[in-house]
Design a protein around this ligand. Structure first.
Ligand SMILES: Cc1cc2nc3c(=O)[nH]c(=O)nc-3n(C[C@H](O)[C@H](O)[C@H](O)COP(=O)(O)OP(=O)(O)OC[C@H]3O[C@@H](n4cnc5c(N)ncnc54)[C@H](O)[C@@H]3O)c2cc1C
Length: 482
């Protein structure tokens, strides 16, 4: 019997598996596709995801494969971005077909079992008060204490649970192809300038070993009646020809997929012992490049809470805070992608609002507000405390003994104590006690002698009073040791 079954080996599933393995949770990831997905979906990671990688010691391997770019704007409007409250104020350009294997590799390094084959598709599940029973396509039956559906926008888990997925259906659809072309790079560059439009965009596939490999996105004339039907190379070639007047001599397709602008969110992220994360819980168009980032951060929020349940120290209600915290964050991302989609419409009304937002973004505070949303560094969970730091993640800071995120690789809680007078002795199996001083720039709003951080880096308490600390520890870290 496993502790946790994860359905879906995309970025959300493998990130979650790594988080669980940090706490020695027995976990299996079920992935129905034996071959990796080569579709060039996400092109980069935003500041909060970069912080998350840093908190787990993964950043170096991502930096080695990516490129730092200045942070983008909002709905295609680019303005100088004021200084942000993060040590990672850049966009890390790294295509998803590199991100996904790096995350999967880390999960396996930490001891997660990953089954990648058609037979590993989860086809049925039921649950009782004790555990979840899962049935796979090859007839295997597995039992676990919890199951998490990280199985993408068309999630089988969500459907089997009967969880509603309200929102808007796709009104626009695109075909996304990775193909080789016979035209020279010079001709392709000239054609991109000449015929590139919101209906057709193309460029060389980043990091491709084959010269002449291109990513192309072509808007379809209408939304397909059956959006689950696989698209073909011929359909893609015809559509590109209709838009460009040439097919660029395309051949040897690596991947052809269909995607749309459907915007939906699962009504519940948890049904007893089964939970949803990533695209299984929310889908939206790719404006602002947020989907994969959101999934990684769902996993980061859920992992330690689920591990606490399995390890037996979770306080009452901890697992329910996953829905309470992440559902509003997902809803907010859906709303800001809706807004960006409207602003990018060529109609006169939206264009007028676009101009207005562009003018407003000349004010640093407006740009900061919008960028903090897209990059997810502005998230503040409601812990019922007025202090401006409580509920936010603490950004990385330099300490006299190193940097804060470098001390968080094990996924434990932390008391960052500048007084040297506090104690977390009763929780020493779950919470590290770091007595140190912040050096250099202080995070904004920082006036705290000491701060208690959850394993995901969010601040749950600030102060210097031992009794107040003792009052707060059980809410997040359960009962003290005897
Ligand atoms: C064109 C495009 C551009 C995008 N650009 C960006 C961007 O710039 N930035 C960004 O952050 N996001 C972007 N996204 C979104 C991003 O790709 C997704 O949000 C992300 O892949 C979600 O990760 P996930 O692990 O939740 O789901 P997925 O990546 O969909 O992974 C789910 C996995 O589950 C498997 N699976 C499904 N059903 C089962 C089952 N029953 N049993 C076992 N396995 C199953 C699937 O094979 C799949 O591997 C883009 C998406 C598209 C389409």
């Amino acid at each position: 019997m496993f502790d946790v079954i994860i359905a879906g080996g995309g970025p959300t599933g493998t990130m979650l598996a790594s988080e669980l393995r940090l706490h020695d949770v027995r976990v299996v990831v079920l992935e129905k596709e034996s071959e990796p997905n080569l579709a060039p979906r996400s092109l980069g990671l935003h500041a909060r995801s970069i912080e998350v990688l840093d908190q787990r010691g993964l950043l170096e391997r991502f930096l080695a494969r990516g490129t730092k770019y200045p942070i983008g704007g909002f709905a295609g409007i680019r303005k100088p971005v004021p200084e942000l409250d993060t040590a990672h104020g850049y966009l890390l350009g790294i295509p998803q077909n590199i991100t996904d294997p790096l995350l999967a590799e880390h999960a396996v390094e930490l001891g997660a079992e990953v089954r990648r084959e058609a037979g590993a598709e989860l086809v049925r599940l039921d649950q009782d008060g004790e555990a979840v029973n899962a049935e796979l396509a090859d007839g295997t039956r597995l039992r676990s204490r919890y199951l998490v559906g990280c199985d993408g926008g068309r999630s089988t888990v969500r459907k089997l649970l009967g969880v509603d997925f309200p929102g808007e259906p796709a009104g626009i659809e695109w075909l996304l192809g990775v193909v080789e072309v016979t035209e020279s790079p010079e001709t392709m560059a000239a054609l991109a300038t000449e015929i590139g439009s919101p209906l057709l965009r193309f460029g060389p596939a980043p990091h491709a070993a084959t010269p002449g490999l291109y990513n192309m996105v072509a808007r379809t004339a209408e939304v397909a009646e059956d959006r689950t039907a696989p698209t073909t190379f011929e359909e893609f070639r015809q559509r590109v020809t209709a838009l460009a007047g040439t097919d660029f001599g395309m051949h040897s397709p690596r991947s052809i997929t269909r995607f749309g602008d459907a915007t939906r969110q699962a009504e519940h992220y948890r049904v007893d012992r089964v939970l949803l994360a990533g695209d299984a819980a929310h889908v939206h168009p790719p404006m602002g490049g947020q989907g994969l980032n959101l999934g990684i951060q769902d996993a980061f929020n859920l992992g330690w809470k689920l591990a606490a349940e399995i390890r037996g120290w979770a306080p009452q209600g901890l697992l329910d805070t996953y829905h309470a915290e992440r559902h509003p964050v997902g809803a907010e991302v859906l709303n800001n992608t809706r807004a960006q989609a409207v602003l990018m419409s060529p109609e006169p009304g939206p264009q007028a609002v676009h101009r207005l937002i562009s003018e407003l973004m000349n004010f640093d505070e407006v740009t900061r507000y919008l960028v903090e949303r897209n990059t997810a560094i502005g998230i503040r969970y409601d812990f019922g405390d007025e202090h401006p730091l409580v509920g936010r993640r603490l950004r990385d800071v330099e300490l006299s003994s190193g940097h804060l995120y470098g001390l968080m690789h094990d996924g434990r809680g932390m008391l960052l104590d500048q007084t040297g007078r506090l104690s977390v002795a009763g929780w020493k199996d779950r919470v590290d006690h770091v007595v140190d001083h912040i050096e250099g720039d202080l995070p904004s709003n920082w006036d705290a002698p000491a701060a208690l951080l959850r394993p995901d880096g969010h601040v749950v308490w600030v102060g210097e009073d031992q009794q107040s600390l003792l009052d707060h520890l059980p809410r997040w870290f359960g009962a003290p040791l005897d």
